[in-house]
Design a binder for this molecule. Structure first.
Ligand SMILES: NC(=O)c1ccc[n+]([C@@H]2O[C@H](COP(=O)([O-])OP(=O)(O)OC[C@H]3O[C@@H](n4cnc5c(N)ncnc54)[C@H](OP(=O)(O)O)[C@@H]3O)[C@@H](O)[C@H]2O)c1
Length: 315
């Protein structure tokens, strides 16, 4: 049987890597993975090739390369990489190029890894959070949401696939607990008492594979995935159990977070405020039962911690 090829952007990264691995793990699933990378000779790309992926070179900044990377594919997984460049405009042009390449290739199912355009609920003149670059409230969300129309305007069979906060940020993004002056660990998050949908980053790709497998059921739909919706206090309690050490939750005020001074602090401060202020809608889109139906092995925060607690740097 000829397998249906899924072309995966960001294949050497978190979301795309999870998808490639999920496709390759399902030997009888009828799908094959085409891993897109800028450098097929890199260690990560070579590892995917050894596992059985077809590895192709393309750059999401280069529309011609995308066109050949999507050619002949049944499905395309499209994602952009905001934190590599901090430019919402660049995300917009990359998304536009991927949508056009999918159209030109006649792809049967496109997954666009997107997030909410927060300006639909918080217009630019809304004073509750600062406007950034004159055009955005949460730049790395707004550009992705704005880019949805590149896919829908072309009439593509697209699933608008909304992702959640990676628990892996506790490892790679400096968001883990820090030792306080009294020796206790403090887990800081600007979420007040509201719930934050979170997920093991690799499970995003595994859920995406579930969407491809279920095909037409999700084309033309907007869905979201998460492993759990947890308050900061619940996350701190899970961290305490996993680390076998008391971890206390500190609800950081949004303004304090925005002024922390690291690159993107204003963007992330607004993002957390949006998730806080619109908890019901934000959690509601990221249905846990549906996420688990897409990927029955979906991790909870506790099962993710059991595997990853030793990788969280404690400062
Ligand atoms: N952190 C979070 O909590 C979170 C939550 C939800 C959504 N997101 C979103 O997730 C997105 C990033 O996805 P990710 O975490 O899967 O990325 P990632 O792990 O940083 O991986 C990105 C991969 O994409 C490739 N890449 C980078 N620039 C490229 C380009 N110009 N053309 C082709 N490939 C390129 C790189 O591979 P090569 O070097 O092999 O080309 C890299 O391995 C961001 O836009 C972010 O906003 C993040």
């Amino acid at each position: 049987m000829t397998k249906k090829v899924i072309a995966v952007a960001g294949a050497t990264g978190a979301q795309g890597g999870g998808l490639v691995r999920a496709i390759l793990a399902d030997k009888e699933g009828g799908f094959a993975a085409r891993a897109i990378t800028r450098d097929p000779s890199s260690g990560k790309a070579q590892e995917l090739a050894r596992m059985g992926a077809e590895v192709v070179a393309a750059d999401v900044d280069d529309p011609a390369s995308l066109k050949s990377a999507f050619r002949g594919a049944h499905g395309a997984f499209c994602v952009t990489f905001f934190w590599d460049h901090f430019s919402p405009e660049r995300e917009l042009s990359q998304a536009r190029a991927m949508a056009q390449a999918a159209k030109d290739a006649g792809v049967a199912h496109v997954l666009w890894s997107t997030l909410e355009d927060t300006r639909a609920r918080v217009p630019l003149d809304d004073p509750r959070m600062p406007t950034i670059h004159g055009k955005y409230k949460v730049p790395h969300f707004d550009a992705k949401g704005e880019a949805n129309r590149f896919f829908t305007d072309l009439g593509l069979p697209v699933t608008l696939f909304h992702t959640s906060f990676y628990w892996d940020n506790l490892i790679h993004f400096g968001m883990g607990p820090k030792e306080g002056p009294d020796g206790r660990l403090v887990f800081s998050l600007p979420m007040g008492t509201k719930k934050l949908p979170g997920i093991a980053a690799a499970d995003i790709g595994a859920c995406a594979y579930g969407v491809f497998r279920r095909g037409g059921e999700f084309t033309g739909k907007s869905i979201g995935v998460a492993g759990e919706h947890l308050t900061g206090a619940q996350m701190a309690a899970a961290l305490s159990r996993a680390l076998d050490r008391e971890v206390v939750y500190q609800a950081v005020p949004f303004d304090v977070y925005r002024s922390l001074g690291f690159p993107g602090a204003d963007d992330l401060g607004n993002m957390f405020q949006y998730k806080h202020d619109f908890e019901d809608a934000f959690c509601g889109l990221r249905d846990l039962g549906m996420s688990r139906s897409l990927h029955p092995g979906l991790k909870t925060f506790s099962t993710w911690l059991a595997e990853n607690k030793d990788r969280i740097p404690i400062e």
